[in-house]
Write a new protein. Structure first.
Length: 257
């Protein structure tokens, strides 16, 4: 059975971690080592007590997450943070995190899988971050209301809901953009306008993005940060498990957002 070093190397290579920029706190790659070999892995959107407890219950030795151990920044290892670390080390569980490298991956990425799930065919990128397009865009001819229904279904599978900026019942989406998670901000909306997009699908965004979208004639569909980022990490775990003959379990821990 493989070690965390072998699995980490494979994941780093699969996701091209070395070449994809990210926020410093993402700290993509192996975040916590373990000692023993690994025959079971778990995946979760967020590093959390629930994800760790699920990993212990699954008797797994590697937890793969999208938002890693250092997402909230530098903190004292006391209280719940101490308990999380103690549980991981006691049960010999390693942690691997993949943020933007997972969002952008053409097969296993959150955005590619979200587009597929919605029946949309990407033809270009969207949501530029430094040297990469984190999101995707493409052409379609679909009722915006139908797109909203599909997103509402995804959100409801994870105890979330859909928020949409107002649009007419007969409106059609002909040029869409997707950026999972916190995908809506002033910069992405300006980019959407420049690219000629009429509909932007994201997880979440601040209130002012809804105001700006309306000014630009763009509809934004906010399907929930959590729900839009369940697809990638799950697919990554399954791909890793298939390659090494392991078992992978997705731990669904909805945040409601
Ligand atoms: Zn996210």
């Amino acid at each position: 059975m493989p070690t965390v070093a072998i699995l980490g190397e494979f994941l780093d290579a699969t996701l091209d971690v070395a070449n994809i920029p990210d926020y410093p706190n993402a700290l993509n790659g192996v975040q916590l080592a373990n000692v023993g070999d690994i025959d079971r892995v778990t995946t979760a959107v967020d590093f959390s007590t629930q994800a760790i407890d699920g990993t212990i219950a699954a008797d797994a030795r590697l937890l793969i997450v999208h938002h890693g151990m250092f997402w909230s920044g530098i903190q004292p290892i006391t209280g719940p943070a101490h308990q999380r670390l103690r549980s991981l080390i006691t049960h010999d569980i390693a942690v691997y995190a993949a943020h933007l490298p997972l969002d952008v991956h053409p097969q296993l990425g959150n955005n590619a899988l979200l587009a597929r799930r919605l029946g949309l065919e990407p033809s270009a990128g969207f949501a530029r971050f430094q040297t990469v397009d984190v999101g995707l865009s493409g052409r379609s001819d679909i009722a915006t209301a139908d797109l909203a229904d599909r997103l509402r279904t995804l959100a409801s599978e994870h105890r979330g809901g859909l928020v949409a900026t107002p649009f007419d019942a007969d409106r059609r989406t002909r040029h869409w953009g997707i950026c999972s998670g916190a995908g809506a901000d002033s910069a992405t909306l300006r980019e959407a306008s420049t690219r000629g997009l009429d509909t932007v699908i994201v997880g979440e965004g601040p209130h002012h993005t809804a105001v700006e979208a309306r000014e630009l004639g763009i509809v934004v569909l906010y399907a929930g940060h959590y729900a839009t980022e369940t697809l990638g990490v799950r697919a990554l775990g399954e791909s890793l498990a298939a390659h090494f003959g392991l078992t992978a379990t997705f731990i669904d821990a909805p945040t409601g957002l």
